[in-house]
Design a binder for this molecule. Sequence first.
Ligand SMILES: Nc1ncnc2c1ncn2[C@@H]1O[C@H](COP(=O)(O)OP(=O)(O)OP(=O)(O)O)[C@@H](O)[C@H]1O
Ligand SMILES: [Mg+2]
Length: 330
Amino acid sequence: MKNKFLLSVSGLNITLEKGSKTLTIVRDLSFSIRQGDILGLIGESGSGKSLTALSIMGLLPNKNFRVTGDIVFNGVNLNQLNKKNRRKYLGNEISMIFQEPMTSLNPLVQVGKQISEPLKIHQSLNDKQAYSSVIKAMGLAELPNPEAIYNYYPHQLSGGLRQRVMIAMALVCTPKLLIADEPTTALDVVVQKEILTSIKKISKELNISVLFISHDLRVIKSICNDIAVLYAGSLMEYGKCTHVFSKPQNEYTKALLLSIPKPEQKGKLLDAIPGIVPPTGHIFSGCPFSPRCKQVKDICKYKMPDFHSENENHFYACHKEEESGERKNT
Ligand SMILES: Nc1ncnc2c1ncn2[C@@H]1O[C@H](COP(=O)(O)OP(=O)(O)OP(=O)(O)O)[C@@H](O)[C@H]1O
Ligand SMILES: [Mg+2]
């Protein structure tokens, strides 16, 4: 079972109709997650990470967004299902946790009751069974003293415990896939580490696959098996974390790795990536990173690079192997 892909996204495009224009936000994105594995999706702000997650959930913000491509979950192409059939997966086989739990929790309802909401939608349990499922999920999310916390209101809990409430809610229907969108960004470093450890433990023990979104490579490195590097809506590099971190091939990935603070750099300025992220929907004629790339060649400016394989577990988009950087006369 370990080698089976639970989720395979291929050729995903997300576009947004804005007036008479169609903006492409995510283009031709493909990645897969094996059962029980954690894939880290990384990219700068605005690169399309959250919209990718929402497109898997079928929860894009409004009808001006359009998703094409295949989102195959457990053998079913979710992108071909109607709304009603798709809803059956949400909070059930696929669940999601977000950056700021307070915005997702109702301040007026006890947390235990809120955790039981997905059960009401997807399972017909009596009150006693629902209560015991909630207590079990709270235990899995490592909430201390679940019976007491069940009756608390969100404001009575710390940020870390509120995020654990969200994790319990995500786990209550025993999902196969958990999507975590920057779940620890709003937390202090110590709590962040504790939550990451819990997510890794939950994934391992319950064989749950996780799509873990972050803009922090250190976080990805600490818990993910695989990594997908997104830049301005395009996949730049993809593969096993061990390979990508030890031998990055794409210049954007290399630059990101150089921007991680290292102990020996204490007191020195970090290597920031010069230039700015292109605006949303910018139309690229070549590699989106080419305006900021130190190794840019002529071809990079007019042709999006194909994917090359460094080995069977490591892929990257770059023109660096191509002989000529000059534009061919066609
Ligand atoms: N509701 C919306 N309406 C219009 N444009 C949107 C909407 N949501 C996102 N976008 C645009 O789509 C692009 C991708 O957004 P997305 O939220 O997926 O980025 P992200 O990679 O998750 O960034 P961050 O790291 O800041 O969370 C952004 O540039 C944003 O401007
Ligand atoms: Mg986001």
